[in-house]
Ligand binder design. Structure first.
Ligand SMILES: C[S@@+](CC[C@H](N)C(=O)[O-])C[C@H]1O[C@@H](n2cnc3c(N)ncnc32)[C@H](O)[C@@H]1O
Length: 238
């Protein structure tokens, strides 16, 4: 769970670029494939960037996240969108959706394969028949430890990031925030790189059909391959 202090700086780090880019590609993908979506749920929605984009495009979008600070910002950005604070490992909403998404490496925050399986089973249960589950995970290339690097928000606020990778493959990103050179707080986010083939077989085991596993949601797009986009569908008979 992200601390409130970290949630407040999250918006300023430029990371909203990911859900914006994902959302634009998703809307094009839906159009190109003539997929009609009335209702959507964004798991680990963060500050609600993707929900807002889908909502503006006529979809009844909703989101959930277990960091209260992120949901507070999301609700502040658009109070008409429904958000919930919950853990996606156990989350079982009492309604179904045409589309479930999960972006910005949120599934890499789930460190245990058992918990990934639970999420997939839950998503399967609250997707409509023939519904879509579209998400990203980090590319399973090596992510090495890195020397600390800095990001200046403005003249007085600076974040220092340190990335370390342990023997179990868990990546810890430590963010230390300074104001006028004085340390304010520190946040550690832990992620793990999943093997995309294992993820796809877990989806199939759950009953999903894999419709795509690629480096761009839109095949014709270009870009750095830091991510796998996985497009899974609940089979009509399920
Ligand atoms: C890197 S942020 C991505 C946020 C958003 N999806 C985006 O693309 O901007 C990861 C998010 O996952 C959320 N998260 C991590 N584990 C979670 C869990 N088990 N249940 C719900 N949310 C979770 C965090 O609170 C955080 O908001």
């Amino acid at each position: 769970m992200y601390s409130d202090a970290f949630c407040k700086i999250y918006n300023k780090l430029g990371w909203n670029y990911f859900p914006e880019a994902f959302g634009e590609q998703l809307l094009s993908w839906l159009k190109k494939n003539r997929v009609t979506v009335h209702t959507s749920l964004d798991l680990a929605c963060g500050t609600g960037v993707l929900c807002q984009l889908l909502h503006k495009n006529g979809i009844q979008a909703s989101g959930m996240d277990f960091s209260e600070g992120m949901i507070k910002i999301a609700r502040g950005n658009d109070p008409s969108i429904e958000y919930e604070v919950a853990d996606m490992i156990t989350y079982r909403p009492d309604r179904r959706f045409d589309l479930v998404t999960c972006t910005g490496d949120a599934l890499n925050h789930i460190l245990k394969a058992d918990d990934i399986e639970k999420i997939f089973r839950n998503v399967f249960s609250y997707l409509n028949a023939e519904g879509w589950f579209i998400f990203d995970i980090l590319n399973d290339r090596e992510i090495p430890s890195r020397e600390p690097f800095d990001f200046d928000f403005d003249d007085k606020t600076r974040a220092r990031f340190t990335v370390t990778r342990d023997a179990d493959g868990v990546i810890t990103m430590k963010t230390a925030v300074f104001e006028n050179g004085i340390f304010q707080f520190e946040e550690c986010v832990r992620e793990i790189v999943h093997d995309h083939k294992v993820i796809c077989s877990l989806l199939e085991k759950t009953g999903f059909q894999i419709c795509g596993c690629r480096h761009q949601l839109l095949e014709e797009s270009e870009g750095k391959a830091t991510t796998w986009y996985i497009i899974a569908r609940k089979s009509p008979a399920a």
